[in-house]
Ligand binder design. Structure first.
Ligand SMILES: [Zn+2]
Ligand SMILES: [Zn+2]
Length: 140
């Protein structure tokens, strides 16, 4: 029996599948330079906390992207799978991986002052600048 509050997803080729236990339905976007370098644009993610499991872990490659976080991707198709905080093991999972998108709400944008001027989202969201993020969470 599957719990209706769990969400499943996969990479593009299907080699990696994931199940998040009762994740948030709030979509966040990160405009920082590392996320844009990694994915080619803003990183749109769901905070899945630590309650997440992966199948096909032999096909996951983890890139050590900073002293505080690492980024996982499928080594067969290149799909991005997570941004993971090393200390807390919180997983931010790209919203596009999930099978069902019905109840997602685009809620927040971070590093809004790092967003280049050639795009902007029209959604009404809670936005934070780099200085506001560091004031709230401490400098990395
Ligand atoms: Zn794949
Ligand atoms: Zn970022």
């Amino acid at each position: 029996m599957t719990d209706a509050t769990n969400k499943t997803g996969s990479c593009l080729c299907g080699a990696v599948r994931l199940t998040a236990i009762n994740p948030s339905n709030k979509v966040g976007a990160c405009h920082c330079g590392m996320c844009r370098k990694w994915g080619g644009g803003a990183y749109m993610e769901i905070n899945c906390g630590t309650d997440i499991s992966f199948e096909g872990i032999d096909d996951i490659t983890v890139h050590n992207s900073s002293s505080w976080a690492e980024r996982g991707f499928c080594k067969k198709c290149g799909s991005h799978l997570f941004y993971r905080l090393k200390e807390s093991k919180q997983h931010m999972v790209p919203v596009g991986l999930f099978d069902d998108h019905e109840d997602f709400v685009f809620e927040s944008q971070v590093f809004i002052d790092r967003k280049p001027s050639y795009y902007s989202f029209s959604n009404k969201t809670k936005d934070m600048t780099e200085a506001e993020i560091f004031a709230m969470y401490g400098s990395p």
